[in-house]
Design a protein around this ligand. Structure first.
Ligand code: SAH
Ligand code: SF4
Length: 355
């Protein structure tokens, strides 16, 4: 049986400095990989031949393979990746703002991108409205598998190494159920010799594993936090999100209150609006109470339907009424545009695929 090689993308630069001699080579390798998107040690021209060879024998750089690419009408692109063991995960490049030019033809601003990354194959949490949950849980992604999603998407789209992008851990899986590997990926992404994506441009979205929220807070990485709340009373939340039996709403609120938040940031509360289930104003009223005293912003999400789903998309009028109520009460509240809906790349529509 062939022995699997180590994956270079699993390591932080500091770890690599301990592994590779002389250690200054680690920084050069990082620059080839993360700035020039090179995937072959023999192309790293400033490394001596014998080092190239020993690296090639020991490591693979990218552990993923792109299987399919789907482009949305709105400019978002969904990638299906194959993992070494044949399982698949998806990640999405979201075009938040197109490139714009001034009247004189000069560039006003570049495209603004957000990358939505997966952290697990499937998910254990089993939310009633989520397509990812339907396939059950398969396994955690390794740090390198998380890092590679972004690396390959940047390379495929010729996104310049120093172009700023945002990351949201909102693809497949529950990031806090794979905290160690997600934390490692956050560190790798933020290294100034690599992608240099500051933690305050990275958002971890969780279904509310309160104990892990506290753990993430203690790591003090500087990331943003998003809570998938979706219901304001425990009875309904338990029906929608069984995890609520273990971590109820008040435990989540307590954990959020302890979480270190960047002075200019807020904790995002995601509220998935499902027609006739949680879209009435009495819920909005309870939400205001619940969030009092927290530096919060609310992001209302349309339920995105998929085949065999039991729920329906809410009416625009109820979304707007809900939003207006929150704003009138002094809460920041936005309605999330569903990007990539035509290619099933929107929230909750990512799943493993058998090809
Ligand atoms: N597991 C994490 C992150 C991945 S899910 C979490 O739950 O937060 C990313 C977001 O998509 C979550 O807010 C989730 O509740 C939402 N989502 C799941 N299914 C959805 C659907 N069918 N329509 C819209 N949003 C959905
Ligand atoms: Fe898992 Fe998030 Fe889907 Fe819930 S919404 S099943 S936590 S991926």
């Amino acid at each position: 049986m062939s022995v699997r090689k180590e994956v270079l993308l699993d390591y932080t630069k500091e770890e690599l400095q301990d592994i590779i001699t002389p250690s200054f080579r680690a920084k050069q390798i990082w620059q080839w990989v993360y700035h020039k998107y090179v995937n072959d040690f023999y192309e790293m021209k400033n490394l001596p031949k014998d080092l190239q060879k020993s690296l090639q024998e020991r490591f693979v750089i990218t552990p993923l393979e792109i299987l399919t690419v789907q482009k949305s009408m709105d400019g978002s692109i969904k990638y299906l990746f194959k993992l070494y063991d044949g399982h698949t995960v998806e990640a999405v490049l979201l075009l938040m703002r197109a490139k714009e030019y001034n009247d004189d033809g000069s560039l006003k601003h570049h495209e603004r991108y957000t990358l939505c990354l997966s952290s697990q194959v499937g998910c254990k949490v089993g939310c009633a409205f989520c397509l990812t949950a339907k396939g059950g849980f398969v396994r955690d992604l390794t740090p390198g598998e998380i890092v590679a999603q972004l690396l390959m998407i940047k390379k495929e789209n010729n996104i310049d190494a120093n172009r700023r992008v945002n990351i949201v851990y909102m693809g497949m899986g529950e990031p806090l159920d794979n905290l160690e590997n997600v934390a490692q990926a956050i560190k790798i992404f933020s290294d100034l010799d690599g992608f240099a994506i500051s933690p305050n441009r990275q958002t971890v979205s969780t279904s509310g594993l309160s104990a892990k929220i506290e753990k993430l807070g203690k790591l003090d990485l500087g990331v943003n936090l998003a809570i998938s709340l979706h219901a304001v009373d425990d009875v309904l939340r338990e029906k929608l999100m069984p995890i609520n039996k273990a971590y109820n709403i008040s435990s989540i609120i307590d954990a959020v209150k302890k979480f270190p938040i960047n002075a200019r940031k807020r904790v995002m509360f995601e509220y998935l609006m499902i027609k006739d289930i949680n879209d009435d104003l009495s819920a909005a009223k309870k939400l205001v109470k619940l969030l009092s005293g927290i530096k919060a912003k609310v992001n209302l999400i349309y339920f995105n339907p998929y085949e065999e789903s039991d729920f329906q998309r809410p009416d625009l009028s109820s979304m707007v009424a809900f939003q207006e109520y929150l704003i009138a009460k002094g809460l920041l509240c936005t309605i999330r545009e569903s990007k990539g809906l035509d290619i099933s790349a929107a929230c909750g529509q990512l799943r493993e695929q058998n090809l």
